[in-house]
Design a protein around this ligand. Structure first.
Ligand SMILES: *Cc1c(COP(=O)(O)O)cnc(C)c1O
Length: 225
């Protein structure tokens, strides 16, 4: 099986894995401190199956609806898969999101916190939650402004009773990513949060150097979308 670019899925997954191993060694970190989230958005079951066969078990999707269409069948066939929601969540999709996903990387407003708290209690499921920080303060981008992050994180805990595991960020496309990763790491540290979802195909090594615990890698594994 090959990726959209004609590269065998197993070899592109292996090169990403080698890159993560190298970045961990350079940063004097254990390989097991970084989770590779293979971002399979837009790719169908036929493209995903060889990546599962190659041993990958953690996958990321950015739309609840798309994930619902693809993953239940794959998960029934392959036990032990963890699915992460990396894209925006609407309150009216919270029920489906809590039912399907093991982690949600896009907690970014009070209405979502309320909807998640309700569903977590109702379904007795506890997805790993990340607050998305808009480190570049881009008006069109989701996420909490850095200046509001401490208050929002406190509100997640105190008002909604949510356990927040960490922070997620997506640096602006035209910026060097390192200062954005460093800012997210700093906000996490002062709020006692241990997990950092940051780094994509082009910059996961930089993110690992700055403390990423979850790298979200799509095109380097599956090919161009
Ligand atoms: C698509 C996407 C990714 C993966 O991006 P690549 O550049 O293909 O690795 C990571 N994070 C988020 C939030 C995404 O939407």
């Amino acid at each position: 099986m090959t990726t959209a670019d004609g590269v065998p899925a197993t070899s592109s997954l292996a090169s990403v894995e080698a890159g993560i191993v190298r970045a961990c060694r350079d940063a004097r970190r254990e390989r097991c401190s970084v989770t590779l989230v293979a971002v399979s958005k837009t790719f169908d079951t036929d493209a995903i199956a060889p990546v599962i066969a190659a041993g990958q078990r953690v996958f990321g999707e950015n739309r609840v609806q798309e994930a619902k269409g693809k993953w239940p069948a794959l998960m029934a066939k392959h036990p032990g898969i963890a699915l992460h929601l990396i894209g925006p969540l609407q309150s009216n999709k919270a029920r489906e999101a809590v039912a399907l996903f093991d982690a949600i990387h896009s907690v970014d407003r009070p209405s979502i916190c309320g909807a998640l708290a309700t569903e977590i209690a109702r379904q007795n499921r506890r997805p790993n939650l990340f607050v998305q920080i808009n480190t570049g303060e881009e008006p069109q981008k989701a996420g909490i402004a850095p200046a509001d992050a401490d208050d929002f994180i406190a509100r997640c805990r105190d008002t909604y009773g949510l356990t927040i595991a960490g922070l997620m960020c997506i640096p602006p496309v035209d910026d060097a990513p390192a200062p954005h990763f460093a800012l997210a790491a700093k906000i996490a540290r002062r709020n006692g949060l241990t997990q950092l979802s940051m780094g994509m195909s082009a910059d996961f090594a930089v993110a690992i150097a700055l403390g990423a615990t979850h790298v979200r890698v799509g095109s380097a594994i599956f090919g161009t979308r």
